[in-house]
Design a protein around this ligand. Structure first.
Ligand SMILES: [Fe+2]
Ligand SMILES: [Fe+2]
Length: 195
């Protein structure tokens, strides 16, 4: 929490690039991805709290470790570019954990269904960002951000595939469950881009 409040303090200075179209895009991308990776970290934390000692524990731990790396990278980028974090950081913190733990309590397949739903939305979201970065940034496209998003997109795809391999589609109410979670993630993304 100290680190996050540090981000907020730093963000009172306006971003060096946020006056240009490319700068505004960079701001929005870093803000929403920082929020998303924080949420993802909390989802896997919630899953581990419930399923950590079961046979899927090590699989979830591996994905969680990668999410911790994603979160750390966006915390670094949010400081480096002096981007204001979303004001909803505390909400995504709690919502992520509740989603992870709640689906895990329905069983390992429901937890994997949650992973599949979240990662489907995130892969699409990262692909859209890669397209906008290529289209809207001139020759000064931020290479570090581009490479980061590409790498994370590939890891999120792996998480999605892990979920499928571990029986996500056999979860009770798979379609309804994943549709609700996908809609929630899309709403969270839309909100976090702005506030
Ligand atoms: Fe991630
Ligand atoms: Fe992920």
């Amino acid at each position: 929490m100290l680190r996050l409040s540090g981000c907020r303090l730093a963000s009172t200075a306006s971003s060096a690039t946020s006056n240009t179209k490319a700068g505004k895009l960079l701001d929005a991308i870093i803000r929403v991805d920082h929020a998303g990776e924080l949420g993802a970290d909390r989802i896997y934390a919630g899953q581990m709290a419930v399923l950590g000692k079961t046979s899927v524990g090590p699989t979830i731990q591996h994905m969680w470790d990668q999410e911790k790396g994603h979160r750390e990278k966006f915390e670094e980028l949010i400081r480096k570019h002096r981007v204001r974090p979303t004001v909803l950081v505390p909400l995504w913190n709690v919502a992520g954990f509740v989603l992870g733990a709640g689906t895990a309590m329905m069983g390992p397949k429901a937890a994997m269904a949650c992973t599949v739903a979240v990662e489907t939305v995130i892969v699409e979201h990262y692909n859209e960002q890669l397209r906008s970065l290529m289209e809207n940034s001139d020759e000064n496209v931020d290479k570090e951000l581009l490479d980061t998003i590409r790498k994370f997109r590939d890891e999120e795809q792996e998480h999605h595939d892990t979920g499928i391999d571990h029986g996500a589609e056999q979860a009770p109410f798979y379609k309804a469950l994943t549709n609700v979670i996908k809609a929630g993630c899309k709403t969270a993304i839309t909100i976090s881009k702005v506030i």
